[in-house]
Design a protein around this ligand. Sequence first.
Ligand code: GLU
Length: 275
Amino acid sequence: MSRFLIVLLPLFALILSGCGGNSRSTADSDTLKAVKQRGEVRIGVKEDTKPFGFRLGGERAGFDIDIAIAIAQQLGIAQVRFVTVTSANRIDMLKSGDVDMVLASMTITRQRDREVDFSIPYFQDGQGLLVQKDSDIGSYLDLAGRMVGAVKGSTSGSNIAQVAPDASVIEFGDYQRLERALRAGTVDAITTDTVILLGMAQSSKGALRLAGQSFTVEPYGVAIVENQSNWRDAINEAIQVLWESGQYQMIYDTWFGAHSVYGEHVNFAVTTYPR
Ligand code: GLU
């Protein structure tokens, strides 16, 4: 906990508030210039998705929150305004101009890339399954005829339709509702990225367990509006500098280090390009 605080406390000073702004899109101008002129970047983050974006004692916390603040610092932007997004509305929040970028456990997919642009990957996970401890489900191969919960707007539901077409997918609005549905037995299994499930398994104190290995590849990217080349280049440069300077590793260790429940599962390196 102390390492966590050391990393986060100076960064909290940057955070303006937790509620969203509403100014118009800068999609038809230069977002990088606009953000620098404003002196503030509006970043869409989750508050229901531990350990990426959630609330800890009322404050925003998570890997995505720390990476977002570090990117803003790297870009020389004085203020960060966090805006809460969900899996279902994060693309619309970008398109409407409510946020300048989104860091929200968001997988880079080719389908999403038709609507928004993405940075280089800054993390990678894979999709898994979480079940009650005495469930007979051992992996996605056992899902035929079963009810599987997923969060609306995530990649998870459609991936299940691919790997287990005889399962029924039920979608929930957020990750708390999803977890409650599994505990209540409304669904036989829930599915999302494994790191998110590991956090739920840990807080269940043995009542919930993972079933099988990850069965998809989920590279996370910073999402921005389409056709903002300067903005995307600046974010990509910032991610690479964070990696080279070791700041990325500090944040990574805070959340996913060997001491954490995720330690054995995660193993990611940012790809840096030659200067
Ligand atoms: N990474 C997956 C996605 O982008 C699941 C996590 C989430 O819902 O944000 O859909």
